[in-house]
Design a binder for this molecule. Structure first.
Ligand code: SF4
Length: 333
């Protein structure tokens, strides 16, 4: 068993998901989540990853200062739907469990979004999930989203304060997004079949002052299924690294579990080690020339796993200062 360390800097709070618990207790879901924990722990590498992060959309309709897109090297805009289907076909043939759709772009801008979700569900993907900024949600869109069969939606809401929200989410309108999310929750609660799980992310700008966080939690805790508290990371600043070094302890024996779980495919077909690899620093393959299995079981991927497994993750430039390898020095509540 490998000494796998999972991230400790993004605590999650249960919202109301205890009410939704039973829908995530079907056999397939339980088997998939078991693999999620066991594959990294026991070093199991299947024919394909458990999850593919398919970065099928490069564009976004907001300009948020903290978004990793600020340093992202964009691909070609949209991945063709035929290409998306081909990746899903290949991977589901070997039992793909999860599809995270769109990555660093805004998935709701993808023209065939509902068709992609339907296709993945028809092909047996247990967990079709995506992150959204929520700006395109609305009554009709929400209905289509629920009926497409999406399993999990993560919405970046970031604040329950209008002024602060609009400062962080540049281009979004607080009242519109909040009303749309409330509508989504209502439609989901009233729908007889859907198991859509809705989570919101909150970005904590100042860890020493919990006022904002507490306001956000008290607004959403009885509505959403889950709330994640994320620390603000300034991906454009070199100060970020210094902040980490001053406030967190790095675990020298860190071993990243994602290397046994997830594969990232960008819109131009490039496969990279990790969703954090905004600048394509560790390219492990090209889906135009290789199959998903060839990349996942390939030399580049295996080399990264071996380094992590042997306590040598710092030899990978991409991973050596990964926030996931740091643990908080003291908890401020
Ligand atoms: S940068 Fe490396 S250590 Fe960090 S999440 Fe990605 S693969 Fe894991």
């Amino acid at each position: 068993m490998i000494n796998v360390k999972t991230r400790s800097i993004s605590p999650e709070l249960p919202g109301t998901d205890k009410k939704l618990g039973p829908v995530f207790h079907d056999e397939k879901w339980i088997a998939y989540r078991k693999k999620w924990d066991e594959y990294p722990a026991y070093g199991i590498v299947d024919k394909v990853p458990l999850q593919i992060d398919l970065f099928a959309v490069d564009i976004c309709n907001l300009k948020c200062p903290m978004c990793p897109r600020q340093v992202f090297i964009p691909g070609k805009g949209y991945m063709d739907f035929s290409f998306v289907k081909a990746v899903i076909d290949q991977a589901t043939e070997h039992g793909l469990c999860a599809l995270n759709f769109a990555g660093l772009g805004e998935p709701t801008l993808y023209p065939e979004l509902f068709a992609v979700i339907r296709y993945a569900k028809e092909k047996g993907v247990v967990d079709v999930n995506m992150h959204t900024n929520g700006t395109r949600l609305g009554t009709a869109f929400n209905k289509n989203l629920i009926e497409s069969g999406l399993d999990r939606l993560i919405i970046s809401l970031d604040s329950a304060d209008k002024e602060r929200y609009e400062r962080i989410r540049v281009g979004a309108k607080f009242e519109k997004v909040y009303a749309a999310v409330e509508d989504l929750i209502k439609q989901r609660n009233e729908h007889p079949q859907t198991r859509l799980h809705i989570k919101a992310n909150f970005i904590e700008m100042d860890e020493s002052d919990p006022t904002e966080k507490n306001k956000f939690i008290s607004y959403w805790e009885n509505k959403l299924d889950r709330i994640a508290i994320l620390r603000y990371l300034d991906c454009q600043s070199e100060e970020e690294e210094l902040y980490h070094k001053a406030n967190y302890n790095q675990d020298d024996n860190f071993c990243c579990p994602e290397l046994w779980r997830r594969l990232v495919i960008l819109s131009d077909g490039t496969a990279t080690l990790c969703p954090r690899d905004m600048k394509k620093r560790y390219v492990i393959g090209d889906i135009d020339k290789q199959t998903v299995s060839e990349i996942w079981e390939g030399v580049m991927m295996q080399k990264a796993r071996d380094l992590h497994r042997n306590g040598r993750f710092k030899e990978l430039d991409l991973c050596k200062d990964c926030p996931d390898s740091y643990e908080k020095k003291s908890v401020v509540e």
